[in-house]
Design a protein around this ligand. Structure first.
Ligand SMILES: Nc1nc2c(ncn2[C@@H]2O[C@H](COP(=O)(O)OP(=O)(O)OP(=O)(O)O)[C@@H](O)[C@H]2O)c(=O)[nH]1
Ligand SMILES: [Mg+2]
Length: 794
């Protein structure tokens, strides 16, 4: 059962520091075994965990113009040399983990300085952020201030220590290479050391036994374990490949590597690429955890690019992305988990490879791949060390999620309280109708307006500034009145139809009008098109029209879906049906299906409104959650006691797995005038042996032009109690038009746990306003930078 804390965190989506990618894994690959002699293990426990740096969607594998790259999950055995320990020799002394993390961070920054790698790299920032995050998760409340202050000091300390060369740093890397024969494992090892350390062969398998290649790069001792290549996966080679893997596994048992490099040839990845069986065998032999600290290495990265559908070579970035995505996809299949994201290293070993002025090999995108290699290895290892220190063991395991998910009671309760089922025959919000009905003042205001002359563009240009403003204000005013009038007319028309139907003497005229209105074809908004959009592909070009029929069916775009070319893996469906004058039903749903997964989300509801104004609703919601399905049956009764007061009571029954959750709520809505509305509710959700209570009050003030414009401010207070914990929350939401071309919406919330978020959205069609927003953002960023600086000085 999810706790209240989880629920609160989930409410603050944008603050989801804890919602990063998998943090660790545990399996048989890396055991707690003595480290290699090359490492100085000063008493820190070896571990089998990993810490995955935050992988932001904007970072594509190695295709950035600079060396910014995505980072990776990593898992290493740990070398935690700590300066104090190495000096006083008390290697076994247990230190405060926060101090040790601090030392590790300083060491990481020192290594970057030593290797001449930029500290302002995105990847570095991500690693530092991850370290900070991990520290925050583990830090006690009293340590938080300390942690925040320290994070700014690390750079200065690193620079100081590196300048003086003290304390001495002992850092080494142990790397295992794996891949098919001929992909360039040995050639890459030679390129890394800049000398021929191992044999390569262009025509037959070059490496016939496992061997360690040791060397030094910029003062760092690097040991690479070269292995014989696997044979192309076919049943005939299965036994041989397994034999190689088992011998590698035996070899690394005593001294496990920090990093695994898995090789593929970039130029050989095409639509027919499929190495699933080999990847599955690797996973089976070494355990899924091997992938946690694996870097994908793509050799032959300067090969000629293939032609695209237009006859021109595809862009380097998209080619690399597509190829690496494909390999990653098969790794996901092998581990049955799509959360894993391995970093990618592009390599070119050809002697004629392009070089920069200082003789470093560069890729077509200008990247110096060797320094990228060092950076990736460094980050992978450091994150693994942090992971061990912070004891993130067993936090997450790769593989299909076997643990059954439990819905959280607070979550179920808050969604029950929020759920307001208004089923109306026309799909129009009943409240809008009411508000229109009550608005009789400005009845024919629009018709009484004096005529206005619409100016041409050149006439408008000739007006003075104040005249222009007056003219546009007048147009706005007229537009609002016109829209109000239209809404009212539409409402009246619907009422007429309803009345005539009720009297059961619908005239031909009326039914004709209704028929006509139903058959009017409406153009639906354009669909999102796949990134691989091609004008020749008919599936990418069609538009949707809704005609008289009641069903709206549309394909759903999933750019990350199984079918990269078509991208439509799902279908959405909507329908609303009026069975008789009092009963309405509606069904909306979305389904997607690919080779492995099937997911569905649907809501069906039926409403009966009796002539006294009371509405009874029943509904069934079906939603996929992983491999399970959640069924929620809900029923609602909306009593219309008085004109301005609506009472609502609802019950819900949720079934998930083999558990049932029963909820009930009471709600009362009071409207004061046309613009002010109060909603109060209270509810309870009962699960197996647990109960959650909650309730809230919401006040909404609408703008003068409601429902034509949607200006409003609403203030909500909620109280939730679960497991003897109580959370009070407040939410402010407002949407308004500031000036003619600028809309601003603000959403801010805060709860008694001092967690909250503020979100401001603006939209404008004016260039001036755009530049104002940009200027404001830059000003804000500068202000924040100043704040950070002053904090660090303190
Ligand atoms: N053009 C080009 N050729 C490469 C590249 N990497 C490797 N080669 C060539 O590919 C051939 C095979 O490379 P090896 O390093 O022996 O391959 P391997 O993966 O070690 O093969 P095994 O030892 O059999 O597992 C050699 O002739 C290399 O020169 C590369 O990035 N670009
Ligand atoms: Mg080799």
């Amino acid at each position: 059962m999810g706790s209240l804390k989880d629920w609160i965190s989930s409410q603050l989506v944008s603050m989801s520091l804890v919602s990063s990618r998998p943090l660790s894994g545990s399996d048989s690959f890396f055991r707690e075994e003595p480290s290699h002699e090359g490492f100085v293990d000063q008493g820190a426990a070896h571990s089998n965990t990993s810490l995955t740096p935050p992988i932001l969607p904007d970072t594509s594998p190695s295709v950035g113009s600079d060396q910014e790259n995505q980072s990776n999950p990593s898992r290493q055995h740990v070398v935690v040399e700590n300066s104090d320990q190495s000096r006083n020799g008390s290697g076994k002394k247990k230190m405060d983990p926060l101090v040790r993390i601090e030392d590790l961070k300083v060491k990481f920054l020192r290594l970057l300085l030593r290797l001449g790698l930029s500290q302002n790299n995105l990847l570095v920032a991500k690693v530092l952020y991850r370290i900070h995050l991990a520290t925050l998760i583990r830090a006690e409340e009293s340590d938080l201030k300390r942690v925040n202050l320290r994070s700014d000091r690390a750079r200065a300390v690193a620079a100081e220590q590196e300048a003086s060369g003290l304390p001495e740093m002992d850092f080494s890397l142990r790397i295992l290479v794996l891949g098919k024969t001929g992909v360039g494992k040995s050639a890459t090892i030679n390129s890394i050391f800049d000398q021929t350390k191992t044999v390569t062969n262009a025509f037959r398998p070059g490496t016939d036994h496992i061997r360690e290649v040791v060397g030094t790069i910029n003062g760092i001792r690097v040991t690479i374990i070269d292995t014989p290549g696997f044979l192309p996966s076919s049943t005939g080679n299965f036994r041989r490949n397994k034999k190689i893997m088992l011998s590698v596994k035996r070899f690394i048992r005593k001294c496990p590597p920090d990093i695994v490099l898995f090789f593929e040839r970039l130029d050989l990845i095409n639509a027919s690429y499929n190495d699933s069986s080999l990847l599955k065998l690797i996973t089976e032999v070494f355990g899924p955890a091997i992938w946690f600290n694996t870097i994908l290495v793509m050799t032959h990265s300067s090969s000629a690019l293939p032609e695209g559908p237009d006859g021109y070579p595809v862009s380097y970035e998209s080619y690399v992305r597509k190829s690496t995505d494909m390999v990653q996809h098969y790794i996901h299949q092998a581990v049955s988990d799509s959360r894993l994201e391995n970093p990618v290293l592009l390599v070119e070993n050809h002697p004629q490879c392009k070089k920069n002025i200082i003789g470093e090999k560069i890729l077509p995108n200008g990247q110096v791949w060797k320094s990228q290699f060092l950076l990736l290895c460094l980050c992978t290892k450091v994150l693994g060390d942090v992971n061990t220190l912070m004891k993130f063991e067993d936090s997450i395991q790769l593989g299909p999620s076997s643990a059954s998910h439990m819905p959280s009671l607070p979550h179920l309760l808050s969604s029950l309280l929020r759920h307001r089922s208004v089923v109306s025959p026309s799909g129009v919000d009943i409240e809008v109708d009411e508000s229109l009905l009550s608005d009789t003042e400005g009845e024919d205001e629009y018709d009484q307006l004096p005529p206005i002359r619409i100016l041409t563009k050149s006439q408008f240009e000739r007006l003075t500034k104040s005249q222009k403003k007056d003219y546009l204000d007048e147009l706005d005013y007229r537009e609002t009145l016109y829209l109000k009038k239209q809404l009212k007319e539409e409402y009246r028309r619907r009422m007429e139809i309803k009345l005539s139907k009720e009297e059961n003497c619908a005239s031909n005229d009326n039914s004709d009008r209704q028929q006509a209105s139903q058959e009017e074809a409406v153009l639906l908004p354009d669909m999102e098109v796949p990134p691989s959009f091609g004008s020749d592909c008919t599936a990418h070009r069609y538009r949707c029209l809704v005609t008289g029929d009641q069903w709206i069916m549309r394909p759903v775009l999933d750019p990350h879906g199984w079918d990269n070319d078509v991208c439509f893996d799902g279908i959405s469906l909507e329908t609303a049906l009026q069975i008789n004058s009092n009963i309405f039903t509606s069904v909306t749903g979305q389904m997607s299906k690919d080779k492995q997964d099937f997911s569905i989300q649907s809501e069906c509801a039926a409403a009966y409104s009796d002539p006294s104004g009371t509405t009874y609703t029943v509904g069934l919601d079906v939603q996929s959650a992983g491999k399970d399905t959640i069924y929620t049956f809900h029923s609602n009764t909306k009593l219309r006691k008085l004109w301005r007061n609506t009472a609502d009571c609802g019950v819900s029954l949720t079934s998930f797995g083999n558990k049932c959750y029963i909820g009930a709520k009471l709600e009362d809505t009071i409207s004061v005038g046309k613009r002010l509305k109060f909603v109060m509710n209270a509810g309870q959700m009962v699960g197996p042996e647990q109960v959650a209570y909650g309730g809230g009050v919401e006040a909404t003030l609408r703008g003068r032009d409601y429902p034509v414009s949607n200006d409003n401010v609403s203030l909500t207070m909620t109280l939730l109690s679960f497991n003897k914990e109580m959370v009070l929350g407040g939410n402010l939401q407002s949407e308004s038009r500031l000036g003619r071309n600028l809309r601003v919406s603000v959403n801010a919330n805060l709860n008694s746990r001092k967690m909250g978020k503020i979100c401001i959205k603006t939209s404008s069609t004016d260039h001036l306003q755009f530049s104002m927003v940009a200027a404001f953002t830059i000003f804000w960023a500068l202000l924040r930078k100043k704040d950070v600086k002053s904090t660090s000085h303190e």
